[in-house]
Design a protein around this ligand. Structure first.
Ligand SMILES: [Zn+2]
Length: 259
């Protein structure tokens, strides 16, 4: 009975389309805050029982994502942005909770920090992903800034279906800060100065996305320096101070150059 079969096919198709609508906001719901945002939701990938990529010779991905996200948050606050971190310690946060945080933070953009993994140890480089067309420029800016690091390999900017970018209403990007499975990038990921550099380039891209080129001032101390490293007492002071999610500078003056 072909008529009945067609009815089933149409019903199943309608359900499928309804399902798609639920998992991904329709185009008209997407908000273009890519040049007006005042808040950045900084998402440290993985956490708690979800270690992410894990190699014997390096820290688990969840540890280095949290470190880069914390450094990035500090730099963005110093540039007078509000910052919401999806996690500030080693806890498991579901992807749906991360999405809820990003979509309930008004006038924001979302930046998720990850490191990559491959069975082929030779694979290395930076990749940045997005879904909303309004996030394309931010993704490209972050990728460009990361690829200005000496020796960087550019693996490109791509659209992707990762849940945190697919379900985002505001512009959302996911940054893969190199391969922990690669000997040199895994080694670099263990270095605090290198993670500071990663955070600095991502912060620069975000600040320039909002305010234009040339306005970003790397917070002191300088990240790349030819001078010998400071004594341990001074290094202690460089450690970022963790603030709970949602605590930003609030009504800080809108200047970027006053420090
Ligand atoms: Zn990851």
């Amino acid at each position: 009975m072909p008529g009945r079969n067609w009815g089933i096919i149409v019903a199943v198709g309608a359900l499928f389309l309804a399902g798609c609508g639920m998992v991904s906001p329709p185009q008209q719901q997407l908000k273009n805050t890519s040049r007006s945002f005042t808040t950045i939701v900084v998402d440290a990938g993985h956490g708690g029982r979800d270690s992410g990529a894990y190699r014997r010779y390096g820290p688990p991905e969840k540890t280095v994502t949290l470190d880069v996200a914390t450094r990035l948050s500090r730099k963005l606050r110093e540039s007078q942005f509000n910052v919401v971190m999806t996690r500030t310690n080693d806890v498991f946060i579901s992807l749906d909770t991360r999405v809820d945080i990003e979509n309930s933070t008004p006038n924001s953009v979302f930046v998720s920090i990850h490191f990559n993994d491959s069975r082929r140890r030779g694979v290395k480089g930076f990749e940045t992903y997005y879904r909303s067309p309004y996030a394309a420029e931010l993704a490209q800016n972050i990728q460009n800034r990361l690829c200005s690091i000496k020796g960087a390999v550019n693996r490109g900017v791509h659209t992707a279906d990762y849940r945190v970018v697919r379900k985002a209403i505001y512009p959302a990007v996911l940054v893969e800060c190199g391969y922990l499975s690669n000997r040199s990038e895994g080694h670099e990921a263990r270095n605090g100065d290198y993670r500071e550099l990663l955070a600095d380039r991502i912060a620069q891209a975000i600040v320039e996305q909002r305010h234009g080129p040339g306005v970003y001032h790397a917070p002191a101390p300088a990240v790349v320096s030819q001078e010998p490293p400071p004594p341990p007492a001074q290094q202690q002071k460089r450690k970022p101070v963790l603030a709970p999610p949602g605590e930003g500078p609030g009504l800080a003056p809108p200047t970027l150059t006053g420090h």
